[in-house]
Design a protein around this ligand. Sequence first.
Ligand code: PEP
Length: 254
Amino acid sequence: MRKNIVAGNWKMNLTYEQGVSLFSEIVNMAKDEVVGEQEVVVCSPAIHLSSIAKLSSGVKNVHIGAQNIHEAEAGAFTGEISGAQVKSVGAEYVILGHSERRAIFKETDALLAEKTNAALKNGLAPIFCIGETKEERESGRFFDVIKTQLEGGLFHLSESEFKRVVLAYEPVWAIGTGLTASPEQAQEVHAFIRKTVAEKYGEQVADDTTILYGGSCNPSNAQNLFSQEDIDGGLIGGASLKSRDFLDIVKVFN
Ligand code: PEP
């Protein structure tokens, strides 16, 4: 049985105090309001991780993650942060392949494959993002783009490694734009992703893989998106910065 997950991506927002305060609200609300088995994951900037890990310790179904790691174990990489470091403060997840990292920081599928290896080696579950640009959607090439991202970033993994990966379909044209993929558009791609995973790792692995939707997801559209057969939760940007909105999205699975 695959897990339902709602993960927040705070991006480069919130001072230390603001982040700790938002996370405290999320934890307190989750304790009272989240009655199902869904997982709540907050991917904060690295500076918050060690403090919010302490706040989430022992709280059922609330987990934390980073937004990036370097592919190397350690060494002379000024300004970078490693999988081992992220793991050492209590994080369990790391977002990899976010479209902002791909576009702004020029992260390629080959680099993301290395980062995925580093995450898994250090006991972090990658939340691996894939998705097409507006131009790729309009030209009808989006299935090819998604298949290439899966093959280049993940399909070198063994079956047991792949089983630890969470996928996130995030159409780039929907991220931070207020334009959400319709539930039907999202479902079509999620079903394609599951089929592509099945071709590589078999039906059972595909069936057990959690595939999140991300892109302007909010409390008003989450229900319709998450009720689609192959959508197992969301990766939430803007709406994860407001505790009430984020928890309302999480509670779709109650
Ligand atoms: C994201 O950045 O992963 C994201 C989904 O952002 P937003 O929800 O703001 O579109």
